[in-house]
Write a protein of this length. Structure first.
Length: 235
């Protein structure tokens, strides 16, 4: 079977086409979905892409969390569908209470763009199975509201239950508590990550590596993991 992965476009989404390209490179069929619809068009997985949904009015992701399509996203996630939120999509997931905690203005109060080193902390999710725990990867990061926060008790729970999916290595670019760059829900089907894996899936367009400039493809396993999860679920 060919997995069909939907990418939701909100007003202000910037990276929806990049996410669609990443899905196609991973061997799946990307399906464009609109924020104002209640139809998921029978997709097998979902990506909430980066950008500035609704201009980040009120709070980043706050309005998008109440978009019509989010009712279907919540139902699908509850039934086990793989859902990935990237940057603004991560913000939408926490505002929709599909993931715990919150994301606030970067500690230095500035927008940042860098190729960011991460450590994979959990390789048992629908979006991380093609990584190995402890693996270090480099993918681009670009955000102004990327500081992950939660109460001490919630942070302890995330750590204790293995729900931290990715952690910043080398430098914490935005002041995220405990260097958290991405988290997962208990079931492992919903993942939010602040850096952008869709920008590191194709030679010539990713981060620099020792092999060549812009040759990094460390973001591709996010999408191949989801494809494998969908195929396994259908078997």
């Amino acid at each position: 079977m060919t997995a069909r992965i939907g990418v939701i476009t909100f007003p202000g989404s910037l990276d929806d086409r990049d996410a669609q390209r990443a899905i196609r490179i991973a061997g799946a069929e990307p399906v464009a979905l609109w924020h104002g619809s209640h139809d998921l068009h029978g997709v097998d997985a979902l990506v909430l892409p980066g950008g500035f949904s609704y201009g980040d009015y009120l709070r980043a992701g706050a309005i998008a969390a109440h978009a019509p399509i989010m009712a279907e996203v919540k139902d699908a996630a509850a039934k086990g569908m793989p859902v990935l939120g990237i940057c603004n999509g991560f913000q939408v997931l926490v505002e929709a209470h599909l993931l715990p905690g919150g994301l606030i203005r970067n500690a230095h109060q500035q927008f940042i763009r860098r190729d960011q080193r991460l450590r994979v902390e959990n390789s048992d999710t629908a979006w991380t199975a093609d990584f190995t725990a402890g693996q270090e990867i480099v993918i681009p990061l670009k955000n102004a509201d990327g500081g992950y926060i939660a109460s001490d008790s919630e942070l302890d729970r995330l750590e204790g239950e293995g729900l931290v999916a990715f952690r910043y290595v080398g430098v914490n670019p935005n002041g995220s508590l405990r260097d958290i760059a991405g988290i997962t829900n208990e079931r492992g089907n919903v993942v939010g990550v602040m850096p952008h894996p869709e920008h590191a899936v194709e030679p010539g367009f990713g981060p620099d590596t020792d092999a060549a400039m812009r040759s990094g493809e460390d973001g591709l396993p996010f999408f191949t993991s989801a494809v494998a999860a969908v195929v396994a679920q259908a078997a």
